[in-house]
Design a protein around this ligand. Structure first.
Ligand SMILES: [Zn+2]
Length: 261
């Protein structure tokens, strides 16, 4: 049987951007419900959503996500950061980047990480904070040592976690990635609760985005960054059901980043 299709002619500001695509009717109906974001036309919002729904793994059920088409996860504690901006149009979100952070370094608990990501960290309150003065950074998520999940940035938006980076020949990893910080220092093992929370988060993200790869910050910015470090148990993440089918330099036993292989 030939599935219902709808021919959609997309004419944007620039005539050269005109393309024709065939989209299943049920997808068209779901796209109509996508709310445009600030600075984005309704058409752009729908096409962004479509770009991120092309994964064959994408499921219609998005119960873990707050309704309204936003990329806020229901189960995460929401701590909105101003440090984000628009992703490039029609960019599929295909990469998960794992980081670690502790503030001050080696000290867990406290609210310094939240303060850093929301531009409220007093650089004079600890000697280790001085280099962070005027730094505007963020990640989409933070997983605390007890597995608690915090969200700073709408996952449809671009968080500022990767910096100068490259993955599989593509630069500016912030454009097409989700950034997850694990509270850690590179010395202590990450906790079982953190691995559980990360696996669960990965499953949620794959409901919504066509994530194909997972990498450490050190993989996409080798020499410049060293997190999540040797204490992060990659096989423990990669053998999880939620990581099935995902590519990783770690899975292939390759040291360094995919772009170098
Ligand atoms: Zn990092």
């Amino acid at each position: 049987m030939i599935p219902d299709t709808l021919e959609t002619r997309l004419v944007k500001e620039r005539p050269m951007a005109c393309v024709t695509v065939c989209v299943p009717k049920d997808v068209v109906e779901s796209l109509k419900a996508v709310a445009p974001r600030k600075g984005m036309s309704g058409h752009q919002a729908r096409m962004q959503s479509f770009a991120n729904s092309r994964s064959p793994r994408a499921q219609p059920s998005r119960t873990g996500w707050i309704p309204g088409g936003t990329g806020w996860l229901r189960e995460a504690r929401r701590v909105p950061s101003p440090n984000h901006d628009e992703r490039p149009p029609l960019t599929a979100i295909e990469l998960l980047v794992v980081h670690h952070i502790s503030l001050p370094p080696g000290r867990f608990r406290g609210d310094a990480i939240e303060r850093l990501f929301t531009n409220r960290l007093d650089p004079d309150s600890h000697p280790a904070f001085a280099p962070l003065r005027d730094l505007c950074v963020s990640a989409h998520f933070l997983i605390r040592r007890n597995g608690g999940l915090l969200q700073f940035v709408d996952t449809d938006r671009r968080a500022w976690h990767a910096g100068v980076s490259s993955f599989a020949g593509r630069e500016r990893c912030n454009d097409f990635s989700i950034g997850v910080e694990l509270e850690g220092d590179g010395v202590h093992r990450f906790t079982a609760a953190q691995y559980r929370a990360l696996r669960r988060l990965l499953g949620r993200l794959r409901e919504r985005y066509p994530l194909r790869s997972v990498a450490g910050h050190s993989d996409i910015a080798p020499g410049r960054k060293h997190d999540p470090g040797p204490r992060f148990d990659w096989p423990r993440l990669l053998r999880a059901r939620q990581a099935n089918g995902m590519e990783s330099a770690k899975r292939k036993g390759v040291a360094g980043c995919l772009s170098a292989t």
